[in-house]
Design a binder for this molecule. Structure first.
Ligand SMILES: [Zn+2]
Ligand SMILES: [Zn+2]
Length: 411
């Protein structure tokens, strides 16, 4: 009996997994200096949490959730994103009683039943942050700067940063009405998804990827002309903050993101893959969600990075490193000594691989294959004199050193 992966999921193993590890390590370093602390959230939540937060008429909720009844008949869903669970945890654990702002990060798998295609998986991984408690645009700037710092640290220099405002409950209804008016004049020209949604959720039509829908909506009204005074102020202030940084951004008034909970600032960062631009991180404000879920009024903002997308843009070779030393031994006495030396080097933090015995040539070939930095060679002769032979594999330089002084060579 031979088993295969469930459709749409993937295994992540060396060397590719080194890139994932690098992304995670770098993220943690950046989160620490920005004061974001880890929150570990369950993978399963009550289905209603996502229906109520992401929105019942979104793609995710309509067709992409992994939902099942547990043995007690409760409807459970594998989380399709991280924000809803973070908000639930923030309220349920009374984290709003702690000094504001409360800033969190999470990393882990998310699940969406999407059509599998290159770079898209049904179990994928996200790193996200959520900052609770600050309504002012300086927190928008902080999370955007954090995201940029992280991507820069990972070697990204040319990023495309897109920004929009989705308004608030005061101003968005007017825009919504205007949009419905616009679409109703030619709704027959749009795809069936758009036709079905346009009265309930007309903003989603701005997000439809069907080429003809994109064409038909080119002259749709912009939300930016409908913002209330508070939303305009917020947006303008963020823009002036951004002007003082080295972030170049464009305003995309048709950027809506596929989730209902966003208010005011939303953004996407794109990188280039195989000539095509694709979003590697996206986020925005959700100033009303905490209150809607029964918490005290708490403005909030967050973003999530798609790890698969990001990893595909990073060269695996950069992080596919070999051991510090490979110990080749010749003979039984040398085998014993080499195990002892390996242990003492490992205790000092070096990655050491033991040889296989047998011919020296074969062992050195293996050291090369493993991309070891040094080969340490112990034969009868070295054993007698308590010395080690060493060889740096990158340039072939070699020498001899007293056993206890080997760290002077390889450190
Ligand atoms: Zn507004
Ligand atoms: Zn459409």
């Amino acid at each position: 009996m031979k088993f295969s992966r469930v459709k749409g999921v993937h295994d992540i193993y060396p060397p590719e997994v080194y890139v994932y590890q690098k992304i995670e390590e770098t993220s943690k370093e950046i989160f620490r200096v920005y004061g974001f602390k880890e929150i570990r959230l369950p993978i399963i939540e009550h289905t209603e949490l996502f229906q109520r937060s992401i929105g019942a008429t979104t793609d995710i909720v309509e067709k992409e959730m992994y939902t099942f009844n547990d043995r007690a008949g409760r409807s459970i869903t594998l989380r399709p994103e991280g924000t809803a669970g973070a908000v639930r945890a923030y309220i349920e654990n009374g984290l709003y009683n702690l000094p504001s702002p409360q800033k969190f990060y999470y990393m882990g798998p998310m699940f969406r039943y999407e059509r599998p295609q290159a770079g898209r998986f049904r179990q994928f991984h996200q790193i996200g942050v959520e900052a609770f408690g600050i309504a002012e645009p300086r927190m928008d700037l902080e999370v955007i700067l954090l995201l940029q710092a992280l991507l820069k640290r990972l070697g990204f220099n040319s990023l495309i940063f897109e920004l929009n405002s989705l308004g608030c409950p005061e101003c968005r209804p007017r825009y919504r009405e205007r949009l419905i008016e616009f679409f109703s004049q030619k709704i027959g020209a749009f795809c069936s998804d758009c036709q079905r949604r346009f009265e309930k959720n007309p903003l989603r039509l701005l997000d439809c990827k069907v080429p003809n829908c994109i064409k038909e909506r080119t002259d749709a009204p912009s939300i930016l002309q409908f913002l209330c005074e508070g939303c305009i102020k917020h947006f303008e202030k963020l823009r002036t903050y951004l002007e003082d940084t080295d972030i170049t951004y464009t305003i995309r008034h048709d950027l809506v993101r596929g989730l209902d909970y966003y208010t005011r600032t939303i953004f996407e960062i794109k990188g280039e893959t195989l000539g095509a631009q694709s979003a590697i991180a996206a986020g925005g404000r959700y100033d009303n969600l905490v209150e809607e879920f029964g918490g005290p009024p708490t403005p909030a903002i967050g973003f999530a990075i798609g790890m698969e997308r990001l990893a595909s843009l990073i060269k695996t070779e950069l992080y596919d490193k070999g051991p510090k030393a490979y110990i080749a031994f010749l003979g039984e006495g040398a085998e014993k000594v080499s195990m002892k030396i390996a242990e003492s080097l490992r205790a000092r933090g070096f990655w050491v691989e033991l040889g296989t015995g047998g011919s020296l040539k074969a062992q050195l070939r293996r050291a090369d294959k493993l991309k070891a930095e040094y080969a340490i060679i112990i034969g009868e002769e070295e054993l007698k004199r308590s010395v080690l032979k060493w060889k740096r594999l990158s340039d072939g330089s070699e020498g001899e050193v007293m056993e206890e002084e080997i760290t002077k060579v390889i450190s």
